[in-house]
Design a protein around this ligand. Sequence first.
Ligand code: UDP
Length: 326
Amino acid sequence: MAILVLGGAGYIGSQMVKELVNKNEEVVVVDNLSRGHRYAVAQQAKFYEGDIRDTDFLSRVFTKESIDAVIHFCADSVVPESVVNPLKYFDNNVNGLIKLLEVMVQFDVKKLVFSSTAAVYGMPKTMPIKETDPTNPINPYGQSKLMMEQMMKWAEQAYGIQYVALRYFNVAGASLDGKLGENHSPETHLIPIVLEAAGGIRDKVQMFGNDYNTRDGYNVRDYVHVVDLVHAHYLSLAYLNNGGKSDIFNLGSKTGFTVKEIVEAAREITGQKIVAEDAPRRGGDPDELVADSTKAETILEWHPEHTNLKTIISTAFEWTKNKKSY
Ligand code: UDP
């Protein structure tokens, strides 16, 4: 029986495939290559290029392969883009999940691990954020993921599909050997942008907004290493395989850093001069998002090993230098 990784050519999905094949699992990957890369998919995995909204395509994959569980990474995830183009998010994310659930029901596949996001919380009143805190998204990306969580809840009741939704905080870093990492065009995420500036690939970093309600005016995010993050999916599958009930978990580090602190840490860790300037706020950004991940630690037995700025920045910097050759 195989594990189907949707979006397995993307930044996080490709790290997931790597972990699964290293653990000798049979892995099938589906990706439409809109943001992912064929080179990123481990050779031991079977690859199908296509879009999950194409039900005929997806049904063909489920017909050919014996799928036991699905890990779903293939969604749009750029907050400012979602503010400008919300319907793209409701189509690719929400509509994509409807199609996936229909096919899972048809083929009687009952286990789903799902990428959710801290953006479902909106502007939380207390930090760190717990899973039981209110959800009130302030951008279409967060709204689409909350709708998807709610759809899975009803699909569980109606069709018995058990799911784990993992609410990611800010995912960063690269594989520990620096050979697999984030490669978006255009890049929008803070850490790869800062490291491109460190590596001479871009001139400067723009720091979006210096008047947030935080310790230095720049907004605060909780950065989690991608290798730790994908391991939480592996543990979630084990949890479902052991009869665990559908549930939602935060994945973060309980520690937040401001945009300016990230730039300063990157200067120190890389030894490079990084030019950074203040720029207007982006749309849809809350002041602060920091996770309380106690629930994942307790129930999934998730214990992050690489989630510290030194490892995140040094692995991502190594990758930034390597990716020039791709
Ligand atoms: N950010 C920034 N400059 C950039 C990219 C991002 O100041 O070039 C800020 C952004 O406003 C946010 C934080 O960095 O506060 C993290 O943004 P990112 O896009 O990496 O992740 P998001 O929080 O949107 O998922």
